[in-house]
Design a protein around this ligand. Structure first.
Ligand code: ATP
Ligand code: MG
Length: 447
């Protein structure tokens, strides 16, 4: 019996009976769960239903990390959940769940679901097309991705219910898929990205059986709808471990086709430096709890493609600004086929890029106008990255750093002389620039 149980736990196959870890067997106390989530589970209990905190929150609490959000799983249907709360809304058409508002918190309450087994539930690659059948708690555990994500915490009893050996995996700091890895990755290829992200974020080692099939299945990512990929990429890049995660994606053969040419970009000395600097900066901000802008991040990841096409356009004789605008559109269009970056981000990304040439203009009223631009800060931070990676001279970045904080008189002094009529513009502009920048070469993109 014990041997059977052990065998089952080791194989990662879900059991129909949970192993229950009592309050003394694990370190998570109920006061680690915010009031709103506790209130929701209590109300559901009072109404005679099961209710647990589930998923990422239980995993993070057991690992001693602060959870992002507290999701709740119950055997009550959405129609049974809704009337129990004053502010509760059923959302989702295909997969219905309830959003319960408690003060400033919004709790997601979902009904236990069963894995899909019907023949027509998958496409020709084995990808699940729907996932919306209510089931038992054991089935709900089985349809989740990793053992450590399938744990249920009851704040009232402080028990952890484990159908899949997740607690043992947490203790061993091991990331393991529930069930047969190849099938589970085929069902949903995004799980490969989640595996890499969660291993990096939580400091876990991937179980060898989970890791083994990834390089062979990596191309299945191509079948994932672009909007879903965008969502996952955003999570990945804003995890606070983006640099590490992207390196791991490459190591597992997953980076290809995610961001087109990502591999190529990372192999160019300038591109590597640029993205490294950008990701290190973002990771530091996330870890310090500061806000980060997805638009800025995607602008950095795609910049070297834009730069390449921009330079090619200029080499063909196109004027700098139209060449830049065309390069931007091309890169974003190519990107849309793989990861659809939402429109609201696209506008901001374009602004960050298209403001770059304006930093070269340091005469007359132009620098003042640029300072006033509502996206100046992001564009300046972007310029600073270009400086750090060696793409533009440090002196240009320093000039803007000083100009921002300088008083009126100093600003006037810093301004470059207005450019003379076209004929003599080139030679004069260059000679002066070089001297004032302390001998630094003119920026490669000077125009
Ligand atoms: P994070 O901390 O990034 O939010 P998470 O594990 O909570 O990580 P969510 O996307 O919020 O990630 O998912 C909540 C839960 O839903 C997971 O813990 C897991 O149990 C389940 N889940 C999420 N994505 C999948 C998937 N692709 N396949 C199966 N189960 C999934
Ligand atoms: Mg979550």
């Amino acid at each position: 019996m014990i041997r059977r149980l052990l065998a089952r736990l080791i194989s990662g196959r879900p059991s129909s009976e949970p192993r229950i870890y009592h309050s003394g067997d694990h370190p998570v106390r109920r006061d680690a769960v915010p009031r709103g989530a506790r209130m929701v589970t209590e109300k559901l209990h009072e109404a005679g239903f099961k209710a647990f905190v589930v998923g990422g929150a239980v995993r993070d609490l057991l690992l001693g990390m602060p959870p992002k959000d507290f999701d709740i799983a119950t055997d009550a249907t959405p129609e049974e959940v809704k009337p129990l709360f004053r502010r509760a809304y059923i959302i989702g058409r295909r997969f219905r769940l309830v959003h319960v508002h408690a003060g400033a918190e919004v709790l997601e309450v979902s009904t236990f679901r069963a894995p899909q087994t019907k023949e027509d539930a998958t496409d020709e690659h084995g990808r699940l097309l729907s996932d919306n059948v209510y089931g038992t708690q054991a089935e709900d555990a089985a349809r989740r991705d990793f053992t450590i994500n399938a744990l249920y915490f009851d704040p009232a009893s402080e028990e952890v219910w484990d159908y899949v050996g997740g607690v043992a995996d947490i203790r061993a700091r091991r990331l393991r898929l529930i069930g047969a890895p190849v099938t589970r990755f085929r069902e949903d290829p995004v799980r490969m990205l989640r595996a890499v992200r969660l291993a990096a974020k939580c400091g876990l080692a991937m179980d060898p059986k989970t890791a083994a099939p990834i390089p062979k299945l990596a191309n299945l990512i191509q079948n994932v709808p672009p909007a879903r990929l965008f969502e996952e990429m955003q999570k990945l890049l804003l995890s606070g471990h983006a640099a590490e995660t992207l390196a791991a994606l490459r190591a597992h053969g997953l980076s290809h086709g995610l961001l087109p040419l990502l591999d190529m970009i990372l192999e160019q000395p300038l591109g590597t430096r640029f993205i490294e600097v950008a990701l290190a900066g973002t990771d530091a901000r996330v870890r310090d709890g500061k806000p980060v802008s997805p638009a800025f991040l995607f602008a950095t990841l795609l910049w070297h493609e834009v730069l390449q096409q921009w330079n090619a356009g200029k080499a063909r004789g196109d004027k700098p600004l139209p060449a830049l605008l065309e390069a931007m559109d091309r890169v974003l269009d190519a990107q849309a086929e793989r990861i659809s970056i939402p429109r609201r981000f696209e506008a901001a990304i374009k602004e960050i890029w298209s403001l770059q040439p304006r930093f070269e203009q340091r005469a007359g009223a132009r620098p003042y106008r640029l300072l006033e631009h509502e996206r100046f800060r992001a564009a300046y931070d972007f310029l600073a990255l270009r400086g750090q990676s060696g793409e533009v001279p440090a002196a240009l970045v320093q000039w803007w750093t000083r100009f921002q904080d300088a008083g009126d008189a100093e600003r006037q002094q810093m301004l470059r002389p207005e450019e003379a009529p076209k004929r003599s513009r080139r030679s004069r502009g260059r000679g002066r620039k070089r001297r004032e920048d302390g001998g630094a070469p003119p920026p490669p993109e000077a125009h």
